[in-house]
Design a protein around this ligand. Sequence first.
Ligand SMILES: NC(=O)c1ccc[n+]([C@@H]2O[C@H](COP(=O)([O-])OP(=O)(O)OC[C@H]3O[C@@H](n4cnc5c(N)ncnc54)[C@H](O)[C@@H]3O)[C@@H](O)[C@H]2O)c1
Length: 347
Amino acid sequence: MSETLGFGIVGCGLVSQFHGAAINASEGAELIAACDLNEERLNEFVAKFGGEKAASFEALLSDDRIDVVNVLTPNAYHAQFAIPAMDAGKHVIVEKPPEMTLEKTDAMIEASKRNGVKLAISLQVRFRKPIERVKEAVESGRFGRLLCGDTFMKWFRPTDYYLMDDWRSKREEGAGVTIQHAFHYIDLLYHLMGPVKRVEAKMTNVAHQQVELEDTLLAFLEYENGAFGVVEASTGLWPGTDIRVEINGENGTAIMQGERIATWEFRDEQPEDEAIRQIGSEVIRTAASGAADFAYFEHQHMIDDMIAAIRSDGQPRVTAESARGTLELALAMYRSADEGRPIDLPL
Ligand SMILES: NC(=O)c1ccc[n+]([C@@H]2O[C@H](COP(=O)([O-])OP(=O)(O)OC[C@H]3O[C@@H](n4cnc5c(N)ncnc54)[C@H](O)[C@@H]3O)[C@@H](O)[C@H]2O)c1
C-alpha cells in the first residue's frame, strides 16, 4: 500500500468544502479527483482544493489511484453511488444520513460485506471530545443506571437555505429538520444511550412558511434500558444557539453545549474530572446559525479514522450498522408524527 491513500469525491456542493479541506489537512490522504453534474461547482471545488476533474462518476471508479470514494450527494442519492463504488473495490465514506430508507442502507451494508471494503457514515460529531468522554463514562458504568438522555437543538436557517437547492425543501429527497439537521444529535443519543423502544413525535413549521416541511421536531423517547428522553430541534429559532446534549444517570450528569462540557459532575469525583470540564473551552463554531458555520477538523477525524481502519483492516468508528439505528429512529419519528401515535421499535 502506498504511503498515502487516494480519495475521490462525488458531489461538490456545500459539504464538499469540509471534505476537501479535511483530506488536504490529513497526512495520510491525497485528493485525486472529483465529479459533479454541475460543472461550475466542480470547477470551483478543484480550483480551491486541487485534484483532477473526473470526466464522470464511472471515470472516478476506474481510477486505480483512488482508494476511498466520499459520497456527498443529497440524502436520497447515496446508495446509487456508494454501491457501485464498493463493487469497484473502493472503500466508501457516505455523508449522513446513510440513506432515506432502511432497505437502501441495508443494500449498502451488504455491498461492503460482499466486496470486503470499509463503509463509514459521516457522523463526525461522534468524534467531538466531550462525546468521547461521555461515551467512556457510560461504558465504564460511571453514570450508574442511565435515567435520562435529551438533546436540544435550537438553530436558525433563513428560508433562503431551503430554496438554495431543489432537494432541500423536498421531504422525500431528505429535507426537514429531523433527517437533515437533528440527525447528528439524535445519533448522539442513540450512540450514548442505546436503542429506543418507543417514540412519540410531533412536527411543525414555525418559521419557514414558504416551504412545506417540518422545521421543528418534538419527540419523547423511551429507551430500551428504561431511561427517558426528549428531542427538541428546530431551524426556526433566531439567531440559533449551541446544541445541548444532556445525559443523567443515578450517579452523575454530563451536559455538552456546542463542543464544550457545560456540566460534568459525578458522585465519585476523579482527579481527571477538572481537565474534562475544560474541554473545548476555545469554542469552535457548531453550525447553530449557518449551514457552513463549522470547522472542518471533525471531518478530518473521519478521514483519519477511515485511513486507520484500512491500514489495520479494522472497522471505521462510525459503521453503517450503527448509523442504521439512528435512521430507524428518525424514520419512526416521521411515522409517529404522520400517524399521530407512539411508534414501537424496531420498525
Ligand atoms: N456531516 C455534516 O455535518 C453535513 C453537513 C452538510 C451536509 N451534509 C450531507 O452531505 C450531503 C450533501 O449535502 P450538501 O449540503 O453538500 O448538498 P448540495 O446540494 O450542496 O451538494 C450536493 C452536490 O451533489 C451533486 N450531485 C447531485 N447528483 C449528482 C450526480 N448524479 N452526479 C454527480 N453529482 C451529483 C449536486 O450537483 C451538488 O453539487 C447530504 O447527504 C447532507 O445531508 C452533511
